[in-house]
Design a protein around this ligand. Structure first.
Ligand SMILES: [Zn+2]
Ligand SMILES: [Zn+2]
Length: 348
């Protein structure tokens, strides 16, 4: 029996490199040799043991890139050697959302890396239908960013950018940074991003974004820039009670707030402000398949390299996760092919 190394969630607060059986593929499935796989904020909930569905033991990972090494498929669309990322959603295809063109908000939505083994491993077995080809020449690291970039593309697509001059992004983690970069690429003249962590503010500045600490200074900047009206559009990528409080105070009359950050519990929102200024709040969950196509196109134009601040080998997954959870790293990638090197240097 052949085995491989996988990053396994073994129970609350336990993520470890573990030896598991190499998956065997069936019809319409492919085996992917994983080149890069990112940690996501939701992985923190899984390892904390607070995710409602994820059960140990489980291989994490839904943000990945790799190469097809085995394939059993009746279609000629995919071939051995193709470089791919994955569309990790599994929808029921029967519920209201699924039958009305929105399978990404399926009432029984499941994902690879949450409900079944994901790709933070040397290899992952996936249905061919979940694979999305990457362009030639796209690095493995950028390939692993397509999924979070699709989250940002979807969030921005939730609202029209017509007449939008000022966008505020709350939270400068990977999703916040990517959302700000997408808004800027879509032509918004003023994109402001905030966080409470100085390192994240500095990182945002390195992309040429206007970045500052959340709170009073942010409010003042937005009001000055908008002639005391407030921002046209706000993306809540922090998902923190303080951002929920702050977001309505930043919005102009008839402004729009899009929530991307996942709240751990219900929070307080100023519905009086919502009423007085006819503010709209929209939810944004994951992505549609077309958001991946848009993300791949955008990834070729955006300076995404600096989003990945750290990379590790699979054997170092426990340390990698600790550092990611502490907030001191922005996007942390596992690079399984560099298995024996210890901590991995980024190639740029
Ligand atoms: Zn994710
Ligand atoms: Zn469904």
């Amino acid at each position: 029996m052949k085995t491989m190394i996988a990053a396994r969630y073994m129970g609350p607060d336990r993520i470890e490199p573990a030896e598991v059986l190499l998956p065997e593929i069936g019809d319409e499935e492919a085996l992917i040799e994983v080149e890069a796989c990112g940690f996501c904020g939701s992985d923190i909930n899984i390892v904390a043991g607070t995710h409602p569905r994820a059960k140990a033991p489980l291989t994490l990972g839904h943000e990945l890139s790799g190469r097809v090494v085995q394939l059993k498929s009746s279609s000629a669309e995919m071939a051995i050697g193709d470089r791919v990322t994955i569309y990790p959603l599994i929808s029921c295809q029967h519920c209201y959302a699924c039958t009305h063109g929105n399978p990404h908000v399926c009432r029984d939505l499941r994902l690879f890396g949450f409900d079944m083994d994901g790709g933070m491993a040397q290899f992952v077995k996936l249905p061919v239908s979940a694979l999305i080809k990457l362009p030639d020449g796209m690095s493995a690291q950028i390939g692993a960013l397509i999924e979070p970039l699709a989250v940002a593309v979807h969030g921005v697509s939730r609202t029209s950018l017509q007449d939008v001059e000022i966008v505020v992004v709350l939270g400068a983690g990977p999703i916040g940074l990517l959302t700000a970069l997408v808004a800027r690429a879509r032509g918004v003249p003023h994109v402001i991003i905030s966080d409470i962590l100085p390192a994240r503010i500095e990182l945002a500045k390195s992309f040429g974004l206007r970045a500052l600490k959340a709170g009073n200074a942010l409010w003042q900047m937005v009001m000055e820039l908008s002639n005391q009206n407030g921002a046209d559009l706000i993306f809540d990528c922090a998902g923190h009670p303080s951002s929920a409080k702050e977001m309505t105070s930043l919005a102009r009359s008839r402004g729009v707030i899009v929530n991307l950050g996942v709240y751990k519990r219900p929070v307080e929102i100023d519905l009086q402000a919502l009423n007085f200024r006819e503010i709209e709040i929209l939810g944004s969950r994951v992505y549609k398949r077309e958001d991946f196509e848009a993300a791949i196109t955008l990834a070729l134009q955006l300076p995404l390299e600096r989003i990945v601040t750290h990379a590790y080998s699979l054997r170092d997954v426990t340390t990698a996760f600790e550092q990611f959870r502490s907030g001191e790293v922005c996007k942390a990638l596992i690079l399984p092919l560099r298995e024996k090197d210890g901590t991995v240097r980024l190639s740029w």
